[in-house]
Design a protein around this ligand. Structure first.
Ligand code: APR
Length: 242
């Protein structure tokens, strides 16, 4: 039986922007207001863990108040219709899952999960709670957000490479492609596969051969999935042909 075509979607903060969650590198973005070294590095954690916990508490509340948008829903709907859709996200929010997507790989971790600061296998879903100083794992060590910080390894990267290497079509949505190794995934795509990128920034540097749809995710992703549903196949419509 022929293998059904495989769509691999790489998402970044931009796919959650229309849900009200700020991106990182916009002029008024997260990193403009919070020094990365203080809140998203092991050194910042060692120096002032409470500051790190407070930073993620504020982002976790923003995620809890957010709702999946049309782009998240369009991808979940495509999967529900029987298309083979694998999402590889750099985002730590749970909007893909809340939209209904079931094949979601978090490259940079999940803000709704806590983990031991000495054994990353010890993970604790947070539900409605946050992480406080004194919350400890089963081995008595302080809990931290289950998020990959700058300078830390990306354990899910190998699995992400295997997904992209198996793709017939890759969709890249809402990422500045500024952070490795996630940005290198696009180069794992087989030579006979195609890639389409949805992002409103006309100045974004993208690799040769990538078709660009210069528009917000909430407009471009549903337009693409409508094409695929109508035709019953994965392909790249002419650029911007919403
Ligand atoms: N629709 C689609 N894309 C959008 C939208 C939108 N409505 N609004 C903004 N964007 C685009 C921006 O043009 C930019 O290219 O989203 C991208 C956001 O880029 P970044 O802020 O750099 O976010 P991201 O690429 O996800 O960052 C990658 O860096 O700081 C680390 O761990 C963090 O996962 C993050 C990683």
């Amino acid at each position: 039986m022929a293998k059904s075509p495989h769509l691999v979607v790489l998402t970044g903060a931009g796919i959650s922007a229309e849900s009200g969650i700020e991106t990182f590198r916009a002029a008024d973005g997260l990193w403009a207001n919070h020094p990365i070294e203080d809140v998203a590095t092991p050194e910042g954690w060692a120096k002032n863990p409470q500051r790190v916990l407070s930073f993620y508490d504020a982002r976790r509340e923003q995620v809890r108040d957010a709702r999946p948008n049309a782009a998240h829903r369009a991808l979940a709907n495509l999967e529900a219709l029987g298309f083979d859709v694998s999402i590889v996200t750099q985002n730590i929010d749970d909007l893909h899952e809340r939209a209904g997507s079931r094949q979601v790989l978090h490259l940079h971790g999940e803000i709704m999960v806590a983990r031991s600061s000495v054994d990353e296998r010890m993970r604790y879903p947070l539900g409605r709670r946050n992480i406080a100083m004194g919350d400890v794992c089963d081995r008595g060590s302080q809990l931290r957000p289950d998020v990959v910080w700058f300078g830390e390894a990306v354990p899910a990267y190998q699995e992400a490479c295997e997904l992209v290497a198996d793709a017939d079509l890759m969709l890249v949505v809402g990422t500045s492609l500024a952070v490795m190794p996630a940005a290198a995934l696009i180069h794992e795509l087989p030579l006979d596969a195609q890639c389409v990128l949805v992002d409103p920034d006309p100045g974004l540097q993208v690799p040769a051969g990538v078709t660009r749809w210069v528009m917000p995710a909430g407009e471009g992703v549903p337009a693409l999935t409508r094409h695929w549903q109508r035709e019953g196949r994965l392909f790249v419509p002419p650029s911007g042909n919403a």
